[in-house]
Design a protein around this ligand. Structure first.
Ligand code: AQP
Length: 337
């Protein structure tokens, strides 16, 4: 792999089956960035992050394989990027501990995702949920990432990673690249189909609220037909029509048409025509991805091999970085193998 000057890094949790929101908000962007050939690309399955909420161990393992297959099926190419499972590289939690000593309690208390998830999982407000953004900062800073392609919901966490990098650099100059969030113009925040005031989330308890990448065409059509809209039938972007506005954004992100073009296409046609058209566009977008994922999942040994290659490449970069940081903060470097 030839060294480029800039690095792109991102991750996704195997905390459920991935949604259209995850795909449009981040994975599609990762593939586009990889194919642009302008960056060194590192993408991980953030399994360490996922246990900040309860996970069934067998489901977690299964979801990790599924997600890995889906990332390959979506177009991530292990020849062009380092694709790995976060827990396969112990350098991430090592750096996370050091960075947690450079992160303020008040900063973590202000994180919207922590407030939201601690309400939704009030029986399990654990320390990991609170320090989640520090581990994410470690994921990013350990690769000296320049850009972090994420959906809008992760912007605040990337901002915190920047603040941590700047603080660390002030004490130990030149330690980390200060990263920037890289957020797509369309698809940055896909909302729930049942409650358009909330983002589409893979852990939503209502499965009509999200479209899964692995949903069958029938399920996709049914879910879009049931999507919450309003009694007015005009297909326009408007603050008081959040359901329809969300569907217009989805159609725009999938087809590449502008919002105005979508409005013009469905002028005077009503939801009876619009909803199935959105469904059809999404079905065709996801069909090859679903079929390729199913094919890849039949060969777990292959997936294990690709995971191992990714882990080795990732470790080779980050072990050197951890030693550099250990030395800076004053640890004695061990000679033990
Ligand atoms: N609705 C969304 N629209 C656009 N982008 C989204 N992302 C998530 N939801 C949407 C982006 O997907 C990437 C991976 O997300 P994650 O798995 O790290 O966790 P998340 O942001 O918490 O996603 P979910 O689906 O809501 O997971 P759960 O339900 O487990 O919390 C990120 O880049 C994110 O921005």
């Amino acid at each position: 792999m030839e060294k480029k000057t800039k690095v792109s890094l991102s991750g996704i949790q195997p905390s459920g089956k991935i949604t259209l929101g995850n795909y449009l908000g981040s994975i599609k962007n990762w593939v586009d960035i990889q194919d642009s050939d302008a960056f060194d690309n590192r993408y991980c399955i953030a399994d360490l992050h996922s246990i900040t909420v309860w996970q069934d161990p067998e489901s977690l393992r299964d979801q990790t394989y599924q997600l890995f297959a889906q990332l390959l099926a979506a177009g991530l190419d292990p020849e062009k990027c380092i694709l790995f499972v976060q827990s396969h590289n112990p350098s991430h939690p090592k750096l996370s501990w050091i960075l947690s000593c450079f992160t303020m309690f008040g900063e973590l208390s202000r994180m919207t995702q922590f407030k939201d998830k601690s309400q939704r999982h009030s029986d399990n407000v654990n320390a990991g949920l609170f320090t989640y953004p520090v581990l994410m900062a470690a994921d990013i800073l350990i690769y000296d990432a320049d850009i972090v392609p994420v959906g809008e919901d992760q912007r605040q966490h990337v901002e915190l990673a920047r603040d941590i990098a700047i603080r660390f650099n002030n004490r130990f100059p030149g330690s980390f690249v200060v990263p920037e969030a890289y957020i797509p113009k369309e698809g940055a925040k896909i909302m729930s189909l049942q409650d358009p005031s909330r983002k589409m989330s893979k852990s939503d308890s209502n499965d009509n609220a999200y479209i899964l990448v692995m949903d069958s065409p029938d399920d996709i059509l049914r879910k879009f037909k049931r999507a919450v809209t309003d009694s007015d039938s005009r297909v326009i972007v408007s603050e008081d029509k959040p359901g329809v506005t969300n569907l217009i954004h989805i159609y725009s992100a999938v087809t590449g048409k502008s919002l105005a073009e979508v409005e013009a296409e469905f002028e005077g046609k009503g939801y009876g025509v619009f909803k199935p058209a959105v469904a059809e566009a999404v079905i065709e977008l996801l069909r090859p991805l679903r079929e390729k994922s199913l094919e890849l999942l039949r060969d777990k040994a292959y997936l294990d091999d690709v995971m191992a290659i990714g882990a080795e490449k990732a470790r080779a970069i980050t072990e050197a970085k951890v030693r550099e940081i250990y030395e800076k903060v004053g640890f004695v470097l061990s000679k033990a193998k």
